[in-house]
Design a protein around this ligand. Structure first.
Ligand code: GLP
Length: 242
């Protein structure tokens, strides 16, 4: 495990962007797994900048998203799909056919659950998976207590997560209750994991994830068993580690 503690927000975003840029330079056909949330916004911006400055070639890169909210319009600016293009992919030369994001459509969700793992395999597996973390230790939408044996699955979003997300959605009533997510088993198959956390509200989850027992009550703690884990933190998120 490699832990990086960034001294500023700029450094945090740049370090993450450099890790992904390096992956694409080293292997132009990489499959990169992305996560959306507040944590990754600045990193997506930096990566867009690097893509322009370094002339990064995304034409053979494939991307996979971890999760999606169910029951909202695909075109909603709050959907994972919309945010991925707006924040990052529109600023690259990626081929849209190489972008795999689950649908927001509940009717399609069961089909997506059946197909997603096979589709990822067809892309050659995920080389580098970017992960955020919930204040309760969730990764993707795997909330505490979710079995780690699941691949793609439909999930109920925990009350705690809905409360954390409510300001972004304009209130708890507007915050989705259901999502579709890669399960821990599927996430763990990525060759390299990049776990990112910013802010004091993530400090306990980071301590429990990296220093606590490996337990389904802390979904991210599965990553302790991963052979190639990079953890990128700001000082506040790292504050309970040492
Ligand atoms: C969400 C997403 C995760 C994300 C995490 C952290 O629920 N499903 O993929 O990484 O929570 O979000 P944020 O970065 O906004 O704190």
């Amino acid at each position: 495990m490699k832990i990086i503690v960034a001294r500023s927000e700029k450094e945090f975003d740049q370090r993450a962007a450099q890790i992904v840029a390096k992956q694409i330079i080293a292997k132009p056909t990489s499959t990169i797994g992305f996560a959306t949330g507040n944590t990754t916004i600045g990193f997506h911006k930096e990566l867009t900048e690097y893509s322009k400055q370094l002339n990064l070639d995304w034409s053979k890169v494939k991307t996979v998203n971890l999760d999606e909210f169910l029951g909202i319009e695909e075109t909603s600016p709050m959907s994972v799909s919309y945010r991925m293009f707006e924040q990052l992919l529109d600023g690259t030369n990626i081929d849209k056919d190489n972008v795999l994001v689950p649908s927001t459509n509940i009717q399609l969700a069961e089909k997506t659950c059946r197909e997603y793992a096979t589709l990822i395999q067809a892309l050659g597996g995920v080389d580098l998976q970017v992960l955020g973390i919930g204040s309760n230790g969730h990764i993707g939408m795997n909330e505490p207590g979710t079995p780690w044996t699941l691949d793609m699955h439909i999930t109920d979003i925990a009350e705690k997560t809905r409360e954390d997300k409510a300001p972004m959605w304009g209130g708890i009533d507007k915050t989705p209750k259901k999502g579709i997510t890669m399960g821990v088993r599927l996430i763990m198959q990525a060759k390299t994991q990049l776990l990112m956390a910013k802010g004091e509200s993530k400090a306990k989850a980071i301590r429990d994830t990296l220093r606590g027992d490996i337990s389904t009550q802390v979904p991210a703690s599965a990553l302790q068993m991963h052979p190639d884990l990079i953890v990128l933190l700001d000082e506040a998120a790292a504050s309970l580690l040492w």
